[in-house]
Design a protein around this ligand. Structure first.
Ligand code: 2BA
Length: 112
């Protein structure tokens, strides 16, 4: 048995834990804080069989991995009323997500 311990962005926690649960994995979410940037992140613990670790990693990569998202951008000039209703909708590519994952051997697992 293995324990997958993943540190992910807080904004990805809901979709990631939901995807893990829907795939049949038990998961525990911990609110955590990065030691360097002091920013809140989320740690997820999943206990699972060795052969299912790749599936857990796939889900983490898919829902919490590093990616480029298009974020809406409103320039100060566009937020003025004179910009009108037809002001263009602009997005900027922004880096998002990112997971740091540890896979640990579990020497014993019990539920009482
Ligand atoms: P990442 O390497 O993507 O790490 C994101 C968060 O994952 C970290 O937040 C920390 O909470 C956790 N983490 C990463 N590696 C870990 C490890 N080996 N053991 C335990 N937890 C780990 P922060 O500590 O706030 O770091 C945020 C970002 O700042 C890091 O992104 C990295 O790009 C940079 N960073 C962190 N420590 C650094 C250092 N000592 N020197 C230079 N840059 C650093």
């Amino acid at each position: 048995m293995k324990m997958v311990f993943a540190i992910i962005s807080k904004s990805d926690e809901d979709i990631t834990v939901t995807a893990l649960n829907e795939a049949g994995f038990f998961a525990t979410k911990l609110s955590s804080t990065g030691g360097f940037l002091k920013k809140t992140n989320t740690s997820i613990i999943v206990g699972t069989d060795d052969d299912k670790v790749p599936q857990v990693l796939d889900i983490l990569r898919r829902y919490a991995g590093k990616r480029i998202d298009e974020m809406p951008y409103v320039a100060p000039s566009m937020s003025r009323p004179s910009a009108g209703v037809g002001a263009p909708y602009v997005t900027v590519p922004t880096s998002a997500g990112g997971a740091t994952v540890f896979v640990l051997d579990v020497s014993a697992f019990e539920k009482f």
